[in-house]
Design a protein around this ligand. Structure first.
Ligand code: ZN
Length: 428
């Protein structure tokens, strides 16, 4: 979970030249006030003051907030959390304003953090905070999680609401965090709005697609979200140090490609991923997928070139590990999920509500377009924004309905294609 992963990703996608098709921002750090939209005051106050030097003094609190072991205290922990959360919240604000259709915060995706508890390397849940921001303008937000671990923190936060549907594909059974059973479906008003797809070791690209595509298709049809948050945890890739799936980067990226086709605004965030060179490969490729750009399998020269040796290729091959998920098993869980989704009212009614104010970030982000890489100053900033005609904002030229958009007639988001993407670079 080291910040190094994000730095490597950023450097790789710059060297592929992807910066030419997007805007790159730094953003303000999330404030304590913003973070307590979800987290408890007490917990955030503690994160503010805890340091490796003083943690011995706070044994009791360390236990209470689950710091230590899996969630170590390190220098800059609070600042890192502020940057990670600030990026996702600022991204949500950009989507709310229709100033783009896809935002990416690879430093976000910390899906395990709970209201008053750190968990699985996650301290502040940037995803929950971003979804809360999206809910100011969107009646229904869909959360999709393809990390190898269950997206428990996000699921728990929205377990009893029908305005957020959480869909998590994950390894289940004797595996962290231990939740995410097929029978966990939400409660109260949120019953049937939590979807869990528990999987066994060795999921390969074909198996994953065979379950991801039909389930997401059905979810989009029944829930009809107007915004999507896609957690792209890369620990579901083959060869991950902690994972146990066998996905290639292409297979992982297919999920992004599929979700993107609906033309609904998407916030893409990172998440787990413990074989760093593959994490940066994966997120670079998925940035390209989001941009609709093909990139070469030959990695360009970059600051971390030695990490990608000996082959220096973008794509990776699956291992020979056994896929323990039989077609019959996958069919069974798919059908069970379909049954649950049939219980939902078709596209829940939209209630008109007063819109609360935007988060604190909303004032100054336009000033924050930055040099995307301090190591390569002017050459890159000069060419940073290159809008193509295909991203015209003219209503007349509007986007043709996309494949798989469920026949949506409204073209509300067509004017958001001026720049297809904003990547929130946390300036590290
Ligand atoms: Zn994970």
């Amino acid at each position: 979970m080291k910040i190094h992963r994000i730095r490597m990703t950023h450097n790789l996608l710059l060297n592929y030249g992807l910066y030419q098709k997007m805007r790159i921002y730094t953003h303000q750090k999330a404030t304590a006030e913003e973070m307590t939209q979800f987290h408890s005051d007490e917990y955030i106050r503690f994160l503010q003051c805890i340091l490796p030097d003083n943690m011995k003094k706070y044994n009791k609190e360390m236990q209470k907030f689950n710091l230590g072991d899996d969630c170590p205290v390190f220098d800059g922990l609070y600042e890192f959390s502020q940057l990670s959360a600030g990026g996702s919240v600022a991204a949500a604000i950009q989507l709310n304003r229709h100033s783009t259709d896809i935002c990416i915060n690879w430093a976000g995706g910390l899906h395990h953090a709970k209201k008053s508890e750190a968990s699985g390397f996650c301290y502040v849940n940037d995803i929950v905070l971003a979804i809360l921001e999206l809910l100011k303008y969107h009646q229904r937000v869909l959360y999709i999680d393809i990390d190898v671990h269950h997206g428990d923190g996000v699921e728990e936060a929205f377990y009893i609401t029908d305005r957020v549907m959480t869909v998590s594909f994950h390894k289940y059974g004797n595996y962290f965090p231990g939740t995410g059973e097929l029978t966990d479906i939400g409660a109260g008003k949120g019953k049937y709005y939590a979807v869990n797809i528990p999987l066994g070791d060795g999921m390969d690209d074909d198996s994953y697609e065979s379950i991801f595509v039909p389930i997401i298709t059905k979810v989009m049809e029944t829930f009809q979200p107007s915004a999507i948050v896609l957690q792209c945890g890369a620990d579901s890739l083959t060869g991950d140090r902690l994972g146990c799936f066998n996905l290639t980067i292409k297979g992982h990226g297919k999920c992004v490609e599929f979700v993107k086709r609906y033309g609904v605004p998407i916030l893409m965030v990172g998440g787990g991923g413990y074989t760093t060179q593959n994490v940066s490969r994966c997120w670079t490729y998925e940035t390209a997928v989001a941009l609709g750009v093909e990139i070469s399998n030959e990695l360009p020269y970059n600051d971390y070139f030695e990490y990608f040796l000996p082959d220096s290729k973008l794509h990776i091959s699956p291992s020979k590990m056994k896929n323990t998920n039989s077609t019959k098993y996958l069919e069974k869980i798919k059908n069970r999920i379909f049954e649950n989704l049939r219980m939902l009212p078709h596209a829940p009614g939209v209630q008109v509500q007063a819109i609360p104010e935007d988060g604190i970030h909303s004032e100054s982000e336009d000033e924050d377009i930055v040099n995307p890489d301090e190591r390569n100053p002017q050459s890159i900033t000069d060419k940073q924004i290159t809008p193509d005609n295909e991203f015209s904002d003219s209503e007349d030229e509007g986007m043709a309905p996309r494949v798989g958009d469920g026949g949506r007639k409204d073209n509300r988001y067509s004017h958001c294609f001026i720049f297809p993407i904003i990547i929130f670079h946390v300036g590290i």
